[in-house]
Design a protein around this ligand. Structure first.
Ligand SMILES: NC(=O)c1ccc[n+]([C@@H]2O[C@H](COP(=O)([O-])OP(=O)(O)OC[C@H]3O[C@@H](n4cnc5c(N)ncnc54)[C@H](OP(=O)(O)O)[C@@H]3O)[C@@H](O)[C@H]2O)c1
Length: 274
């Protein structure tokens, strides 16, 4: 039984491939140069002997890949989606639309599958805050009081590994969250505590956040993220016991991911994320 891990350079994909290998599974781990699941054809070799597949939600059309997977005998897939797919503040926006389209295509393929909905990935702390922290500058937050439930990417990977190799928890969806709900500025404080550094937070307004938009983020996507953050102010982030129920051990706290990745915030070397 071969498990195909698409996106094995990704934060979750790389952990998943490593975890499956450590468990003694036969893994085919591909990067986009080897397997682009939005390509029109050419999937036969990569799908040979594959029983189950891990998929990221992608921007292009995955219909030909999914049809090829079905024909090749793939029996089960895990799709990493996002709560943006269904949350009131986001599902009509671009992030929601992309994730829903991926879910719809997978459902239409006829392959049995589980859609994973992880909460706020701890890796966002690196993506969004590490440059300021390395520079000793304040972390600027629009909606600092919005509540999140940071999840360790390894917990998402472990849930996916379990689903891909055992049928017991193969529900249609699994909402996987971190162990606690906290404000965004409290999450920054956790990073500071773990690094033993005082990190200043500077609240900024929505207009300022829009003005400071990173070039890789489209205006439409940023607006959707800000809408989601606004909706989370004053409301605890949803929590589930999915990580513990599926993997048999509790979800890891944010400080554990920060401790594993402290060099990303230290400014000495920007090593590859663990
Ligand atoms: N950020 C959050 O808080 C959050 C919350 C809920 C859900 N999510 C979901 O989780 C994802 C992030 O997970 P992550 O951190 O593990 O992502 P990541 O590190 O950015 O990795 C994404 C992977 O997807 C692969 N990929 C993209 N398009 C592809 C294609 N057409 N064919 C094959 N591979 C393709 C990329 O491959 P290459 O590296 O080879 O290009 C990359 O390895 C988000 O995109 C979102 O869908 C995020």
């Amino acid at each position: 039984m071969t498990v195909l891990v698409v996106g094995a350079r990704g934060s979750i994909g790389s952990r998943l491939a490593a975890r499956l290998r450590a468990d003694g599974r036969t893994v085919r781990a591909t990067v986009r140069d080897e397997l682009d699941i939005t390509a029109p054809d050419g999937f036969e070799d990569v799908l040979k002997d594959v029983d189950s597949v891990f998929l990221y939600a992608t921007r292009g059309d995955t219909t030909p890949f999914l049809a090829a997977a079905r024909s090749a005998g793939v029996r089960y897939a895990v799709l990493l989606s996002s709560p943006a797919s269904y949350e009131a503040a986001e599902y009509r926006g671009p992030i929601g639309r992309i994730h829903r389209l991926n879910e719809e295509r997978l459902a239409a393929s006829g392959i049995e599958h589980t859609v994973l909905y992880p909460s706020w990935l701890a890796t966002n702390a690196r993506r969004d805050w590490s440059a300021a922290i390395r520079a000793g500058a304040p972390v600027e937050l629009a909606y600092p009081a919005t509540q999140i439930s940071p999840i360790h990417p390894g917990d998402v990977a472990d849930v996916a590994a379990e689903l891909l190799t055992h049928p017991a928890h193969r529900g249609r969806t699994q909402i996987v969250t971190g162990p606690v709900s906290m404000r965004l500025d409290e999450a920054v404080a956790v990073v500071g505590d773990t690094l033993s550094r005082a990190i200043e937070v500077r609240p900024i307004g929505r207009e300022e956040a829009v003005a400071r938009r990173e070039p890789w983020l489209s205006e439409e996507v940023l607006a959707s993220l800000l809408d989601s953050a606004a909706a989370g102010v004053g409301h605890p982030a949803p929590l589930t016991n999915a990580v513990e129920r599926i993997t048999g051990r509790p979800a890891r706290p944010l400080r554990e991911w920060v401790a594993e990745n402290r060099e990303a915030f230290a400014g000495q070397s920007v090593g590859k994320e663990k």
